[in-house]
Structure formats: C-alpha cells, structure tokens
Design a protein around this ligand. Structure first.
Ligand code: ATP
Length: 591
C-alpha cells in the first residue's frame, strides 16, 4: 500500500498535520526527543490501548502493572544494566563528534560523501579516475580531514593501489579505508570518521542509562537512574503481583511506560530516541524439568504442536514460538501486512549468556530493515539475579508439581535426578546446582523461567505511519489530474475515527442536525467536526490524517434520518442510518 519516497515525506506530513514535533522546538530542539501532537498522541494512545486490550484484558493469564520510572539503583546492579548496558562509543579526533562505533559504516553510507562515492563506484566500471578526482575535488568539502584529501603523498599511494587492483576497493568501506590509510609507514590502520574523514579513537563502552540524584544531596550515594526498560520493574514486583492476583505459573505481567536511553547517536526520526515508550510482557513459565514431572513429557517444536491453544506439556521452546506468533497476529491486526515484516533469529553467538533464544521482528522502514520488537526466552536469569541481590526468595510453589513428585517412587526420583544432572553437566553447568534444583522441584518449588515480548510504541507508530502513506494519482470527470494523499491507517489505530460535516454551513437546520449527530458520535468515538470549505476538500483533509469514515448530513437526513458515509479507502459513499453506522464502526474497531 505504502509508496512513500522517504522518511522526509512522512516526517513533514507528521509535522504539518500535528502528529509529531521536535521536542523543545522553539529553543532549537533537543536531539533524540520527540513530542506527539494532537493527532499523534491519539494515535499513540490507540496503539497502547490495542496492545493492552490484546495482552491484558482479553486474556485471563496476564496481569497489568504501572511501576515508577526511578527505582532502587540495586535493581540495575542485579539486572546487569549498570555493568553491561553500554554501546561502543568512539570520538573523532578532528571534528570531536561522538558516535557508536558499530554504526560508522551505516552513517557513512547515509552521508553526502558516502552517497557521492557510492554513485562514483557504481558508475566507475573499474575506471578509477573519478574516484581519484573526488579526493582532489568534492571531498575537500565533504570529508576535509581524510588523509587522502590532506596529504598528496597518501593520495598518490591510494591511486597506485586502486590502479593495481580496483576489485579490492569496489565497496564503500574498503575504498574509504584506503583513502585513510594508504602509505602509512607503520602499516597500522585508522578508522576514518564518517563525517569528516579524521581519525577515530578506539571504541570505549558508554553506559546508556541516564543518571539522576534522589533527594536534595547531590552525591554518589543518592545516584539513581531513569529506567532503560520497563521489564525490570515487573521482576521486582513479581512476588506482590503473584500474591495479590491469584495467578499461578504459567502467567504474565505486562507494563507500558516510558524508558530512557542516552543513545550515542539518536537517528532515523523517532526510531532511535532517548526517551521512548515500551510495551513489555514477562510471561512466566515452568522450567522444562517441572513440565516433564507434571506431564510426563516436554513438547518441543519438533512435535509440531498446535500453537493456538497453550498446553501444560509445552516446553520453553514452544512457549517462545507461541509468543512470536501471537505478536505477529497483533502486528497484522493493527494494519502491518505480514509481508512487511520479517523474523530475524539471533544466532547462538549473538545471544546473551542467559538467553536461550531471541527472535526480532523487523520492519522494512524507509531507512532499511530494522527491529520493531524482540521476543526473548530469558530462562530464570532475571528472577534469580533479583533473588541474589535482594535476598528475597523468588521461588513459586506449584501444587501440581508437588503432587506429581509425590507419586514417584524412590527409583523414579533417582532416575530423574541423574538424568537432569547429566543434562546440566552436558551444558557445562554445576552438578551441585542441578541436584539442589531437582530437590526443590520434588518439593514443588522453582524459580519461573520467562518469555519476554518487548515492543516499542514509537517504533510501532513509525512503522504504521510509513505503511499507511499513499499518494494516489486521480483523474476527475473533467479529465483533470490530481494527487490524493491518503493514510490507510487501520480504524483501530486511526487518531480520528469519524468526521462529521454539514453539507452546507449556512443552512441552520442542516448545521444543527449535523452538530447533534457529531455530539452523539463523539461520546463514543474520537470524532472531528468540520464545516468549512467544499465537501471534497473536507474529505481530503481527513484522508491525509487517516480518518476512516466521513459523515455528511444533508437534506435527506432531515427527512429520513440517513446520512452519507464516505469510505476513506474506496472513496465510495453509502447512505445509512446512525444505528447502521455505529454497528459498522463497532465491528471494525473491536479488539
Ligand atoms: P536496538 O538494537 O534497535 O537498539 P534493542 O535490541 O536494544 O534495540 P530492546 O532492548 O530489545 O531493544 O528493547 C525492546 C524494544 O524497545 C525494541 O524492539 C524497540 O521497539 C524499543 N526501543 C529500544 N530502544 C529504543 C530507542 N532508543 N528508541 C525507540 N524505541 C526503542
């Protein structure tokens, strides 16, 4: 559906129509922070409510939570964020710009210099003259600190190498690296700055958490952090929710809220912001060994289980896949066509040491295919860490497990114990830990494992905006060409559900009846009133912000109570009563 040409088209529509503004714009803005305007905040709210309804209200096995942004700093020690939540950062010795060292080549590809060089490479056909000319010409403005631009001797060596073996420098990275390093006497290599060509420092870890101070005294003891994810609050409140909700494993706790990351280089509009919102679910499951004791087996994906209905015999692998599928169903229901996102499965060497699997769902944004949300199987790592650091026992008591263990005779117990010990040893885990774990299982106790679907509200909104945008070329009855900008937002997500127009604004009986209908509809739906301009223009204004239905009140309305309902996508008009309109809208808006 979408035919946007670039992120600029989307961002300018968002600014013009009140979806998204730069934060603090009157002071020049602040990088990585965005404000949602009148339509943006409605749309964002719809995304969050849709997620909440799907994950919490429509399920019996998930509870909600709304925790504070600033929490006890030990939470971040326990979770590992204090020690390891960092990105590799580097600085340019010439222009002093800071950047993430794992994004250098993406940044260079996006830069003017990168795009010029790429074009020259594409057109060069093995001819290196123009590449050489670039260093002597445009590069002086684009990357003035690149050694090949500054030192003729470097350029000469680079040219010789290019002539000798052009194939070795046929991609952007190797070519730019050559222009930075050719002829270096000591053979060492520098990484050139994507902005100016200067030398970058060695990457150093940079912690992404925002620091603040709690209370009036500004010292180390009072340091606290703005949460970099909502998930940890769920683990920290696990015992309270369990005690008050009458849930038992398997069950989940969900939270929507602000998170903060001091991203080194916020980029791509709202995609990577420093303040953003997350929608996270921690779904607690039995360890596979407990499943085996209770059900006598552990279903894996190899068993081809029916993923629509949870089964007590599901192991973690099936639960993980179940949540990936659930998330895909939701993304599609919100309006992202299945073909617009892909699954990216983390290879085992990309996983954190405690994680068993992670699938990212990636969307094809105008700037490339990038993560929309992630679904991770995190074992019992988080609750175990909080047990260690807080001293509070995070184990649950599982009655069916206790009963199952009670029915086993001594021989069966010993067999089970030895089997688990052998499996743990095969995974380089400690034998003593394995024995203690199984002994607890026989008492009906364990620390739950967790599956974590973690989504970003802002990224979801950006994906939906990009997907919805269309410029349609239309020809009217007189043969006149026109362009209609239409946002095909799913009605569930659209900021305005219905717009109401009187056909003519200077006929009091029409105007008043239209007002009555508007007042009636707005009590139930986000509605918009517009009485100015020709009807066609009023429709177009609504098309551009994705309003699915426009209702026109005309003389027939006064006679028989029907209104004209115009559909945004087909532009077709239908007469119907208000009850029929409401029934149609309710059906489309039902989550
Ligand atoms: P990335 O690799 O893109 O930095 P991540 O893997 O660090 O993302 P998670 O920690 O898994 O992200 O966070 C879960 C979700 O939160 C992401 O899938 C994304 O939708 C959202 N998110 C994370 N960081 C940001 C950010 N800086 N701006 C907007 N949304 C974000």
């Amino acid at each position: 559906m979408s035919n946007y040409s670039s992120l600029d088209v989307i961002s300018s529509l968002c600014k013009r129509r009140g979806f998204i503004f730069h934060s603090s714009e009157i002071y020049g803005g602040i990088p990585g922070f965005w404000d949602y305007g009148p339509l943006g905040c409605e749309m964002k709210r719809n995304i969050k409510e849709d997620w909440w309804k799907t994950i919490v209200r429509n399920r019996e096995d998930v509870e909600g939570l709304d925790a504070t942004i600033i929490m006890h700093p030990n939470i971040w020690k326990a979770s590992g964020h204090l020690d390891t939540f960092s990105d590799p950062m580097t600085m340019c010795k010439s222009c002093q710009k800071l950047m993430r060292s794992d994004q250098i080549w993406d940044m260079f590809a996006d830069s003017d210099a990168g795009q010029t060089l790429q074009k020259l490479l594409d057109e060069s056909n093995g001819e290196v003259g123009k590449l050489f000319a670039w260093c002597k010409g445009r590069a002086k403005g684009q990357t003035p600190n690149l050694p090949a631009v500054q030192e003729p001797a470097v350029l000469t060596v680079a040219y010789e190498k290019l002539l000798e073996n052009p194939a070795a420098y046929s991609d952007l990275k190797s070519l730019y690296t050559l222009f930075a390093n050719a002829g270096r006497a000591d053979g060492s290599e520098i990484c050139p700055c994507p902005h100016c060509g200067g030398e970058l420092t060695e990457p150093r870890p940079f912690n992404l958490m925002f620091k603040t101070v709690v209370g009036p005294i500004d010292n180390e003891k009072n340091v606290a952090y703005l949460r970099p994810e909502t998930a940890q609050a769920i683990f920290a409140q696990f015992l309270n929710v369990l005690a008050t909700s009458r849930q038992s494993v398997p069950f989940g706790i969900a939270q929507i809220g602000k998170s903060f990351r001091n991203e080194v280089t916020p980029r791509n509009y709202t995609f990577r912001s420093r303040e953003f919102e997350q929608m996270e679910l921690e779904y607690f499951i039995r360890p596979d060994e407990a499943v085996e004791l209770i059900s006598g087996k552990v279903l894996t994906l190899a068993d081809n289980p029916d993923l629509t209905t949870p089964d007590p015999a599901w192991g973690w692998e099936v639960w993980h896949r179940y949540w990936v599928e659930q998330r895909k169903i939701w993304l599609t229901a919100c309006g992202l066509p299945p073909g617009s996102f892909v699954e990216s499965v983390h290879a085992s060497d990309e996983l954190a040491h405690y994680a068993r699997a992670c699938v990212d769902i990636e969307y094809s944004f105008p700037f490339g295919i990038q993560e929309l949300e992630g679904i991770a199987a995190r074992s019992d790592f988080d609750l175990t860490q909080h047990q260690k650091h807080s001293g509070k026992c995070m184990e649950v008591f599982d009655e069916p497990l206790k009963l199952a263990a009670k029915e086993m005779d001594d021989q069966a117990r010993t067999r089970f114990m030895e089997k688990v010990v052998a499996e743990w040893l095969a995974h380089n885990k400690d034998e003593g830990d394995a024995r203690a774990f199984v002994a607890k299982l026989f008492e009906g106790r364990y620390i739950p494992h967790v599956i974590e679907p973690s989504a970003g509200v802002d990224r979801m909104m950006l994906a939906l905006l990009c997907n919805a945008y269309e410029e349609q070329k239309l020809v009217d009855e007189k043969g006149k060409e026109d362009t209609r900008v239409v946002m095909h937002l799913n009605p569930r997500i659209a900021p305005i559900k219905v717009a109401v127009f009187p056909l003519l604004k200077n006929k009091p009986e029409l105007f008043n009846r239209a007002r009555e209908i508007f007042e009636h509809l707005r009590r139930r739906y986000a509605a918009f009133w517009d009485h100015s301009g020709a009807i066609g223009r009023r429709y177009r204004r609504q098309d551009e912000v994705g309003t699915p239905w426009c209702v026109t009140v005309d003389f027939d309305t006064l006679e028989n109570g029907t209104v004209t309902v115009r559909d945004r996508d087909t532009m077709e008009q239908q007469r119907m009563t208000l009850d029929e309109l409401k029934a149609m809208m309710d059906e489309a808006l039902l989550v």
